[in-house]
Design a protein around this ligand. Structure first.
Ligand SMILES: *[C@@H]1O[C@H](CO)[C@@H](O)[C@H](O)[C@H]1NC(C)=O
Length: 314
């Protein structure tokens, strides 16, 4: 139920807004709220977190949907001292980022005391009435440059999580494989260098196993249409399916399969206002090495059913 509710959250909130609009006495309030959404700068500042919303039982149910009781088993490989800012890079794109960084279901705050997590997502989400306020309460903010900088400016203990591969990566998600979009993504590394934040690679096992996706390799019509859609709207519509709410064969619910989020060792960087291309590439090299190390260390435990090794495609 928790998973079904959250998956349809955006649609439910839009419907709720339209429903309220059908009641004329509310119009002045809705109008003011609508204007507020347009001018509110909070999605870029990261200061509207409500820890009680993050700790809600709802998220425990959400996390426990997947088979093991402690689903998003959180492997603490390292301590992250709260004496500096952090930039977490999350791979591959998926629901574990939400559970780990935007809720307390796997106990982020007790594992890493003193670090405030901010998961960053597409700016358009903050135009959706009510939904935006829930996102911000969870610590989810806009992924714009301004927002990264505003959050990290707070200094020691501040952190952002960027799902580096984003929309492009979600299109290549297939059970048993992990194709990462990473090679040409330099923005998050630049941000980390500019703010002297340690870079922390995070790899999530099982993330690509919870949905099946229609074949959309390069060259197929579906791929072309999806890329076209992405260039217009900035996000993609993967043609995916999982199970139903009450059946196991077909539907939009994810399969109940274990997801294991591993937080890697932090990579220190030297603070620098204008990082050069060489510096960025050098840090990227270390980052990819650490990410690959996580994969190699745990693949036999958490990716037993893999069909192929980890690939960094573009
Ligand atoms: C993943 O990468 C491999 C190797 O580059 C490629 O053969 C495969 O088609 C890719 N899968 C998807 C779904 O893009």
């Amino acid at each position: 139920m928790a998973v079904a509710i959250w998956s349809s959250g955006l649609v439910i909130m839009c419907c709720l807004f339209l429903f309220l609009c059908s009641y004329p006495p509310l119009w002045p309030f809705l109008f003011i709220y609508w204007i507020w959404i347009q001018v509110d700068t909070a999605p870029e500042t990261g200061r509207r977190i409500f820890p009680s919303v993050r700790r809600s039982k709802f998220w425990r149910y959400f996390a426990e949907y997947y088979p093991v009781s402690r689903v998003f088993l959180f492997l603490q490989e390292t301590d992250l001292p709260p004496d500096r800012p952090y930039v977490f890079g999350y791979h591959p794109h998926g629901v574990g980022a939400l559970v780990t960084f935007a809720t307390e279901a796997t106990g982020f705050s007790s594992l890493f005391p003193g670090i405030t997590p901010h998961l960053l997502t597409l700016t358009n989400n903050f135009k959706v009435p009510f939904y935006r306020d829930i996102l911000m309460a969870l610590g989810i903010y806009s992924v714009s440059k301004a927002s990264c900088s505003n959050i990290l400016k707070a200094g020691p203990g501040s952190s952002i999580t960027i799902v580096v591969g984003g929309a492009a990566e979600s299109l290549s998600a297939r059970p048993g494989t992990v194709n990462l979009t990473l090679r040409k993504r330099f923005g998050f590394i630049k941000v980390a260098i500019q703010h002297g934040a340690d870079l922390v690679p995070v790899f999530s096992f099982g993330e690509n196993d919870i949905y099946e996706q229609m074949p959309n390799e390069k060259g197929t019509t579906i791929h072309t249409l999806q890329k076209h859609f992405q260039s217009i709207f900035g996000f993609t519509l993967p043609l995916f399916h999982g199970r139903g709410v009450l059946n196991y064969n077909l539907g939009l619910m994810p399969y109940r399969r274990r997801i294991v989020v591993v937080i890697g060792r932090p990579i220190p960087v030297k603070q620098h206002d204008k990082p050069t291309t060489e510096e960025v590439r050098e840090v990227q090299e270390k980052y990819i090495t650490e990410l690959t190390r996580i994969w190699d260390t745990y693949k036999d435990e958490f990716a037993k059913a893999r069909l192929r090794e980890l690939q960094i495609v573009e």
